[in-house]
Design a protein around this ligand. Structure first.
Ligand SMILES: [Zn+2]
Length: 289
């Protein structure tokens, strides 16, 4: 497999016409950052108020949209089997089937569903499947090849009814978003009281990041913010979620030539919850409005 980080980095670095804007903290909205890590073409700061690591400045939204084009589709199609396999491991760890099966038509939304493999899986389990995908080609592929219900838009634009979904899943999405708080507020609105979210994102408070720093697999132009366990859980709690489960895994990039080292390091990361990818499962509390 090609070096994914290198691919993404090159692709983004080739974009010369993006306009950038200065940002308040995407999570707490304060304007009190300190320098964290200069990546050359982009720059990470750390919010002194809530500790979130985020890019400042960032491309304006219209230019960000342009990144999710045919090249992005190619990247997703080349990797969707691997991504799906990892998602299945996570669902197994959180007891997804034993907790929710039989699904009995419960509504499952996958935001950033890519080519729809996960949706096809939950559909088979008996969920009513809904997908949101910003990349037009990926959305089309999901509908035509995987026969799942996907719309090509953002969550905010989709305009679902209040309290509509029983489960909302978003994997490797939240770190790409321009408006994190607006997004989480919309998730809360469309999730039924007592409903569950399953969130997966890179984890910066990890030995993986401390070892690789600028070379870390998740320090890439498309990752506008990088969460720690603390900042992710704080974001969810601030929106009224109750954390039910949390785990982390992963250490060495998948394309590493040091397969033996990778195996040992990955095993260590998962066992001791020190991985550089974190999954949090949380429930929308019943008294929320
Ligand atoms: Zn902040």
């Amino acid at each position: 497999m090609a070096d994914l980080k290198e691919d993404l980095y090159m692709r983004n670095n080739l974009r010369e016409n993006e306009s950038y804007e200065s940002m308040n903290c995407p999570v707490c909205d304060s304007n009190n950052p300190k320098q964290f890590m200069n990546m050359g073409k982009f720059n990470y700061v750390k919010c002194k108020n809530c500790d979130l690591i985020y890019q400042n400045s960032q491309p304006v939204f219209e230019h960000l949209l342009d990144r999710y084009d045919e090249n992005y589709f190619e990247y997703e199609v080349n990797n969707h089997e691997n991504f799906f396999k990892l998602q299945l491991f996570t669902l197994k760890d959180i007891g997804f089937e034993s907790q929710y099966f039989p699904a009995n038509g419960k509504k499952f939304l996958d935001i950033g569903c890519a080519t729809g493999l996960l949706l096809a899986y939950v559909k088979k389990l008996g969920f009513a499947e809904y997908g949101i995908e910003l990349c037009e080609e990926s959305a089309k592929y999901a509908v035509e090849k995987n026969h799942v219900n996907v719309i090509n838009t953002t969550l905010e634009e989709a305009g679902f009814e209040d309290n509509f979904f029983d489960v909302i899943h978003f994997s490797h999405l939240i770190e790409h978003l321009k408006d994190v708080r607006g997004f989480v507020a919309e998730v809360v609105r469309v999730l039924a009281p007592g409903g569950t979210i399953i969130v997966t994102t890179p984890r910066i408070d990890s030995p993986g990041f401390r070892l690789f720093r600028k070379q870390w697999r998740s320090a890439i132009p498309d990752h506008l913010q990088l969460f720690s366990k603390k900042t992710l859980e704080a974001l969810l709690r601030d929106h009224g979620f109750q954390i039910e489960f949390q785990e982390s895994w992963g250490f060495i990039p998948i394309d590493s030539r040091l397969r033996f080292v990778k195996k040992l390091a990955d095993r260590y990361a998962k066992r001791f919850n020190r991985g550089d990818v974190i999954c949090v499962v949380a429930k929308k509390t019943l008294q929320m409005d």
